[in-house]
Design a protein around this ligand. Structure first.
Ligand code: GDP
Length: 268
């Protein structure tokens, strides 16, 4: 019944700590971002909190974090203002799964977490300074993002799991003068993903006749004529993709981190 479903959903939502999956190519700034969020967990008012030194991550690890009380939650959307005055608010615990960005470890280690029942969102970190068309890192980033979105698309169309997992693309390193601005990062990624999609679907049809039945599921955004766009993912699969710029380190360290936290809050 609906009532059952409601309680089931509520239990599922409260039983687990809201969990986010941190993805992106190595060097994008994932480890730096986690340590910045860790600092903000203990000192939410410190906008200047700089990320500690980073380590090389070879395995996935879950880090417990706290969302500053000032960050609004999606689940509180319909609450009236006086219902929750700021001083009564507690920091909200959440968890971040940090994953290795290296090619070989990537698929298995990182994308398996997409099945995690506690998962509320995927944060995909990109280095905005390596996305120029002639940069080989640009293609690498696009392939990884393509595979991530395809995994989310399959998760959704694979019935049973009803909740869609939204994606935040953190356009990091906005402090660098070689960085593409956020809007351009969005455009570049869509164009590069379309290229990946075209070359993969050529590969699929080359394999032979039997592709027919699953073809649509195996192609990002479905098998339609339309070019790939983030909007298409929202329309066809209800997967929302936001691109928000910022900087974890450098002269503008902490820039945009509040907006990233607000995105996290909106998923809780
Ligand atoms: P990961 O491999 O994705 O975990 O990336 P790291 O967090 O190890 O960061 C890779 C490098 O980029 C390190 O040298 C960081 O100091 C640097 N870095 C991370 N974020 C920023 C940023 O916003 N601006 C600048 N200029 N450098 C950054």
């Amino acid at each position: 019944s609906l009532v059952h479903l409601y309680f089931y959903t509520q239990t599922a939502r409260t039983k687990f700590t809201p969990t986010f999956l941190l993805l992106g190519p190595s060097g994008a700034g994932k480890t730096s971002l986690v340590s910045l969020l860790q600092k903000r967990s203990s000192n939410p008012d410190d906008d200047e909190a700089d990320a500690a030194n980073t380590r090389i991550s070879q395995v996935s690890s879950a880090v417990s974090l706290l969302l500053p009380p000032s960050v609004p939650l999606g689940s509180n959307k319909y609450r009236s203002e006086n219902d929750a005055s700021l001083k009564d608010k507690h920091p909200i615990p959440y968890s971040m799964i940090d994953t290795p960005g290296h090619g070989k470890l990537r698929a298995e280690a990182a994308l398996s977490h997409i099945q995690n029942p506690a998962l509320r969102g995927v944060i995909f970190v990109v280095d905005s300074s390596t996305l120029a068309p002639e940069d080989s890192a640009s293609r690498d980033t696009a392939v990884y993002l393509h595979d991530t979105l395809l995994a989310l698309q399959r998760r959704k169309s694979g019935a049973k799991t009803k909740t869609q997992i939204p994606v935040l693309i953190a356009a990091n390193k906005q402090d660098l003068f070689t960085a593409l601005p956020t809007g351009a990062v969005r455009e570049r990624l869509q164009v590069e993903i379309e290229r990946v999609r075209v070359s993969k679907s050529k590969g699929l049809s080359a394999v032979g006749e039997e592709s027919g039945a699953d073809a649509e599921e195996d192609v990002l955004g479905g098998g339609g004529e339309e070019k790939f766009s983030f909007k298409l993912m929202a329309e066809e699969y209800e997967i929302s993709i936001d691109v928000v710029g910022g900087a974890v380190k450098g002269e503008e360290a902490g820039k945009g981190v509040k907006r990233w936290e607000e995105w996290i809050g909106s998923c809780i």
